[in-house]
Design a protein around this ligand. Structure first.
Ligand SMILES: NC(=O)c1ccc[n+]([C@@H]2O[C@H](COP(=O)([O-])OP(=O)(O)OC[C@H]3O[C@@H](n4cnc5c(N)ncnc54)[C@H](O)[C@@H]3O)[C@@H](O)[C@H]2O)c1
Length: 321
């Protein structure tokens, strides 16, 4: 299985990718090729192990000839590289190029090379809806964002490469992933990091709208675990939700973070945004039954680890003891 294997991790310099590489090293992977365009100018010094190789490469249209040799001898491909939602809003062409054309080239190269298994980081954005009951893999996806459409296209392309090139894969629809090392961007995945950072600076948390919007937050360690289970599982060529299976409103989330931080500052309520009245929660019964996989980290445990990591980073940056 993973122990003694050769792995290729695309997006291995990103937030989830870095955690995945660390865990693959812990589980005894023999060699890990970290493929990343380093779009954000990231420093990949994180993986300094002699078992890691860095490949600066941009997955895109027509990259197949250059990519194909890097798949020789690879057992597992973990495909996490993507242009994400916030960036896709600004640059839809880049998202289509990386997430659709790039995914096709990689899946085809992996199929032709006869790898053991490819795991694809899909997204809850494939569902498209913002309200209603928990998302189930049995419902017909209806994304309207370029990002969601590109992720759904990625799933379809993997199915195509399975039938045409014999690729074995699993696609995981990750929900809102958080944990140490996530940078405080603008999206709702980064609310936890953003709120922790504000509280550390003695600033009040910011809530858009009434704070009743509900998200499914999953700790990055559990996402990594699901990703590795999906590589080793007897279940194959399928799609699975990867979430906590329960929803948390932003108001409750902020209150949990404040309790962990020991700082109860009254929140600033900003304008409503597109998430007003929304609820996006995963039904994880399929993953629990068939992979099988279940999350192990509670929200309190995960937020505590995130807060502690940010606290120690801040101490290092300021030279505090
Ligand atoms: N973070 C979340 O909450 C979340 C939720 C659902 C799905 N996902 C998916 O999980 C995966 C990892 O997410 P993340 O939060 O670690 O993202 P991230 O932005 O931190 O990492 C993505 C990495 O991919 C690289 N990349 C982008 N385009 C590339 C290209 N064309 N070729 C090669 N490398 C490229 C970037 O340089 C970056 O290092 C992504 O596919 C994302 O769509 C994430």
């Amino acid at each position: 299985m993973i122990k003694g294997s050769r792995c290729l991790v695309t997006g291995g310099a990103g937030f989830i990718g870095r955690h995945l590489v660390d865990e693959l090293l812990t589980r005894g992977a023999d060699e890990i090729v970290i493929l990343d365009s380093l779009r954000a100018g990231r420093d990949v010094a994180i993986a300094t192990s002699a078992r890691c190789k860095h490949l600066t490469f941009q997955l895109s249209r027509n990259c197949l000839p250059a990519l194909r040799p890097h798949l020789d001898g690879v057992d597992y491909v973990f495909h996490l590289a993507a242009v994400k939602h916030a960036h896709a809003l600004q640059d839809p062409d880049a998202a289509l190029d990386a997430n659709i054309d790039g995914t096709y080239c990689l899946a085809r190269a992996a199929g032709e090379a006869g790898i053991e298994r490819m795991v694809f980081a899909s997204s809850l954005y494939v569902y498209g809806r913002m309200q209603g009951p928990a998302f189930s893999e049995t419902e017909t996806p209806s994304p309207s964002t370029i990002y969601g459409i590109s992720k759904l296209a990625g799933e379809h392309l993997l199915r195509h490469c399975a039938s045409r090139y014999g690729l074995a894969y699993n696609a995981l629809r990750y929900f809102f992933t958080y944990g140490p090392g996530y940078s405080a961007g603008t999206g709702y995945s980064s609310v936890i990091t953003r709120t922790c950072e504000r509280l550390l600076l003695g600033q009040p948390p910011v809530i858009n709208g009434d704070g009743a919007q509900v998200f499914d937050y999953l700790y990055v360690g559990d996402v990594v675990d699901a990703t590795i289970v999906a590589a080793e599982s007897a279940a194959v060529n399928d799609v699975f939700n990867v979430g906590s299976g329960s929803g948390t409103s932003i108001a409750d989330l902020v209150s949990v973070i404040a309790t962990i931080a020991g700082r109860h500052l009254p929140a600033i309520y900003g304008e409503r945004d597109e998430t007003f009245g929304s609820s996006r929660v995963a039904d994880i019964r399929k993953a629990a039954e068939r992979l099988p996989w279940r999350p192990r980290t509670s929200l309190i445990e995960g937020v505590t680890m995130t807060y502690e990591s940010l606290t120690s980073q801040r101490k290092q940056a300021t030279g505090d003891r």
